[in-house]
Design a protein. Structure first.
Length: 415
């Protein structure tokens, strides 16, 4: 290569890089800072974080760690000073441990400066201070194969009693050996299944105005009985399935009815990602009621982001602005099928039908209480033996109560 050609090509590369940096800076408005994002890993969050990454430039560094282990990483990672991450992408439950440890900074000043496109419903406030920005709603709700139900002579299930009756008919007619699946994997998923069903029965998780557990009762027993009854129509290894696995099994044609996350619905009903026979015959509906109750047996959730306390003001501002760019209204408007967005101008797509139906049906929000995580952990670890037939429902609830109470006393929530 001639020297003149070399310098010309180098200048072109430098110029194009400079233009890209200026474009990113102009689009996001961030002059300098470091953005380090910790989040869960599913499609809608990948989109948001990828949009935030577009704010990177020569003076703005953006990095990410998207992992299903985010809840286990966030507290130790934000406890150090400076924090390992500047942004924690959180939900109703995962924000609580960070709040308990005082690891998040109030966002009121940043909202006032850079939150012009945020809606009031996106501002998650505690004690009058904005501690998180919500950008999508979520819940578990019904997915079912209308073609399979039609072959069995059935209508859309409205209750878990309907679901069990449908599963029995589907199996007896030889349409599917295992028509049901649920995210019963021991740990977080199993606990979420209990909470959903228990709320559907009208149960209260705690005694009024107290951290004392209130699940060891007739509604708790009924919840476990229904959860166990469903396993009769599930693959024998039903304790190995988490929320992602039941959706994969459904999309592969292995089951006919599941209660799954709305955030995963877009891929299931997309014939490009799921076989057309399944995608085109999938109907999304509200989570079923149970036990004669009138509200869906599911908890309502939101996903959002918070900013770490143990970081510089410069990094906090850069991080807030990058995330606001990642959730700007155009993102939800251009990708309506990925989530039930809470952002301005979002027009719900077909993927949002189940979440909206569940919310409109009066489903209760997942509790944002400082001790809820302890109960969730106790449920996830202590219900497994019952689900595997190794102890009674009464014993399981006593074990949950004892495990939770010990943890709550250690945490100072109970005396």
């Amino acid at each position: 290569m001639k020297k003149t050609a070399f310098f010309a090509s180098t200048a072109t590369i430098m110029l194009s890089g400079l233009v890209a940096v200026q474009a990113a800076r102009a689009e996001c408005g961030i002059e300098k800072g470091t953005v380090r994002i910790l989040s869960n890993d599913f499609e809608a969050l990948r989109l948001v974080v990828s949009e935030a990454e577009k704010c990177a430039s020569a003076t703005v560094k953006v990095s990410k760690n998207q992992t299903s282990e985010h809840k286990n990483l966030q507290v130790p990672a934000l406890k150090i000073n400076p924090a390992q991450y500047t942004v924690a992408v959180i939900a109703n439950n995962s924000i609580v441990p960070l709040l308990n440890e005082g690891l998040l900074r109030p966002l009121d000043d940043l909202v006032a400066k850079y939150g012009q496109d945020l809606q009031p419903t996106q501002l998650i406030k505690l004690d009058g201070k904005v501690m998180a920005i919500a950008f999508m709603g979520n819940s578990q709700h019904l997915f079912f194969r209308k073609d399979i139900l039609e072959k069995a002579g059935l209508q859309q299930p409205k209750s878990y009693e309907d679901v069990l009756a449908a599963a029995k008919a589907i199996k007896e007619k030889g349409l599917m050996q295992y028509p049901l699946a649920a995210s019963n994997k021991a740990g977080w998923d199993l606990a979420a299944e209990f909470v959903n069903m228990y709320l559907g029965y009208g149960g209260e998780l705690f005694a009024a105005g107290s951290a004392a557990p209130a699940i060891n009762n007739e509604k708790g027993l009924a919840t476990l009985k229904t959860m166990k009854a469903m396993t009769e129509y599930m693959n024998p290894d039903y304790m190995t399935y988490n929320a992602d696995e039941i959706v994969k099994g459904y999309a592969a044609g292995k089951t006919a009815i599941i209660n799954a996350w709305g955030s995963l619905a877009g891929g299931v009903i997309d014939p490009v990602k799921t076989p057309a026979e399944i995608a085109d015959n999938t109907v999304l509906g509200a989570a079923p009621t149970v036990g004669g109750g009138s509200i869906p047996a599911a908890a309502l959730w939101w996903d959002g982001f918070s900013i770490a306390k143990n970081i510089s003001d410069e990094d906090a501002e850069a991080s807030f602005r990058a995330m606001v760019h990642g959730i700007r209204p155009e993102v939800g408007q251009k990708h309506p099928a990925l989530a039930t967005w809470l952002t301005k101008g979002y027009q719900p797509g077909p993927n949002a039908v189940g979440v909206l139906a569940t919310a409109n049906g009066g489903a209760k929000p997942y509790p944002m209480l400082p001790y809820m995580g302890l109960l969730h952990s106790a449920l996830g670890s202590e219900l497994a033996e019952y689900m595997q037939g190794r102890e009674s429902a009464e014993e399981a609830l006593k074990d949950v109560e004892a495990s939770y109470s010990a943890a709550a006393k250690e945490g100072g929530f109970l005396k």
